[in-house]
Every structure is written in C-alpha cells, then in structure tokens.
Design a protein around this ligand. Structure first.
Ligand code: APR
Length: 239
C-alpha cells in the first residue's frame, strides 16, 4: 500500500479532519515560501526580511516597510491550487472541520473554505491605526508610499508582525478544532515558528493519525503516523 493509498484510506474514514498548513501550501499558486532555498528569507537583502516584517520596523521605517510589503507580500493575481480546492471540497462534504493556516494570502477562502483560522492574519484586512477604519487590500495596492486613512492615520495590514501577539479568539478556535480532530493533516510548513507550530501538541493521537506532507524534512517527520515527501497540491489532487 503506497503512502497515497494510506492517506486516501485515512481520509475516507474521517469526518473531522483538521488541516494545518504553511507557506508551502501556496507555492503551487506561485507564491514563494520563506525558508526554502528559493524562499523569501533566502534572498539577499541589506535588512533581513524578519526585521522588516516586525512591529518595531513598521513604526520606525514605515515607508521602507510598505516598499518591501507591496513588492514581496502581495499577490493579487494568485489563484487557489489543488490543495486549497480539495480542502474546500472536503469541508463541503462534511469531512473537514477546519483549516488552520499560517498563511496570510486568503487563498483558502478564495477556494471556498469557510472555517479558516488565520493564525497570522490576512493581507485582505487592513485598518487605520488612529481611528480603526477598516480597508480592503486595494487601499494598499492602489497607493504608493505610506497608505493613509482619510483621518490622516496610517493604514496597517491585519497581519501578525514579528514582536506582535496572535489573536486570542483565533488561537482558541484553532486549538479547539485540533483537540477534536480525528485526522490532523499537516502540510507545507517547516514547523519552525511558534506559537503556531506548538498547536500540534493539542492533537489527541488516540483520536486518529497525524499525517505530514512536506517537500523538505521537518522536526516532526519522525513522529508522524504517515510522512509523505512531495508537493501537497499534487498529492491531494491524486487522492
Ligand atoms: N508542497 C509541500 N511542501 C512544500 C511545498 C509544496 N508545494 N512548497 C514548499 N514546501 C515546504 C518547504 O519544504 C518548507 O519546509 O513548505 C515549507 C515552508 O516552510 P516555511 O517557508 O518556513 O513557511 P512556514 O512554515 O509557513 O513559515 C511559518 O514564518 O516568517 C513566518 O509568518 C511567517 O507564517 C510564516 C511562518
């Protein structure tokens, strides 16, 4: 029985699948991930991207933040790939209870997923730091320099920057979903960023298997019940 056959078998028996994903879920939609050899953090910059994408840098070098952000973090043309579409179908079929994602690209919702816990927020949601007015991503795409609200305040993306905390409600919802899952499918993540990666400990292995699909090795490889080395979109499309 191949790994894909075993995954097919697991999925057929499950009715409360939770998918936990990272940037590797969107690479087949043309978005770079962060830590692969061709990832965003592997490119040469005078200031490391993890520094640029931080709370301190946002307020101290706002113009430079938005130059990087518009160029490297926004992909308005990106379309959901087979991974996103398969997960949305499983939710409609009553097999999947939630997607927990570290991604901020909104592609799961674009594919039709409804119960999505965006641990690191979303580029699609933005708000004025002064008056709180909400803005769509177009307010960033269709402006240059520092995007300003009508009140004069800076429009800040609703993404969790380094040094910022995760939204409690989103975290709690993700933990509850993972605790009740009968199959935890982890894919496209290096599992190196906390607290996101730490949520996997809430999965109760007595309820079902933990499956890991990732192109490169991760620290979780040895403890997965099933490990598939490959591209998550291709693998889910072949089920
Ligand atoms: N299929 C399966 N795995 C893939 C694919 C693919 N098509 N493409 C890339 N990968 C794997 C890579 O091998 C890598 O291990 O996805 C993983 C992506 O890891 P990272 O680039 O570290 O992305 P992620 O785990 O989501 O990073 C977590 O770090 O900078 C922060 O906030 C940022 O949410 C991000 C967090």
């Amino acid at each position: 029985m191949t790994g894909t056959d075993r995954l097919r078998e697991y999925v057929s028996r499950s009715s409360r699948i939770v998918f936990f994903g990272g940037a590797g879920v969107s690479t087949e939609s043309g978005l770079p991930d962060f830590r692969s050899v061709d990832g965003l953090y592997s490119q040469k910059y005078d200031v490391p991207p993890e520094t640029i994408l931080s709370h301190t840098y946002f307020y101290a070098h706002t113009e430079a933040f938005f130059r990087f952000y518009r160029e490297k973090m926004l992909f308005p043309e990106a379309k959901p790939n087979a991974a996103h579409l398969t997960l949305a179908r499983w939710e409609q079929e009553g097999k999947l209870s939630a997607v927990v994602t570290q991604n901020i690209d909104g592609l799961h919702q674009a594919a039709g997923s409804r119960r999505v816990f965006e641990l690191h927020g979303s580029v699609l949601r933005n708000h004025c730091v002064h008056c709180g007015q909400a803005y769509p991503v177009q307010a960033i795409l269709n402006s240059t320099g520092v995007p300003l609200c009508g009140c004069g305040g800076v429009i800040k993306p609703d993404v969790v920057l380094y040094e910022e905390g995760l939204d409690e409600k989103v975290l709690n919802g993700a933990v509850r979903a993972i605790e009740q899952a009968d199959l935890l499918l982890v894919a496209g993540t290096s599992l190196t960023v906390y607290p996101a990666a730490g949520l996997l400990r809430f999965f109760d292995r007595r309820r079902g298997p933990l499956v890991l699909i990732n192109r490169d090795a991760t620290g979780m490889d040895d403890s997965a019940d099933l490990l598939l080395r490959g591209k998550v979109g291709e693998i889910l499309a072949a089920l």
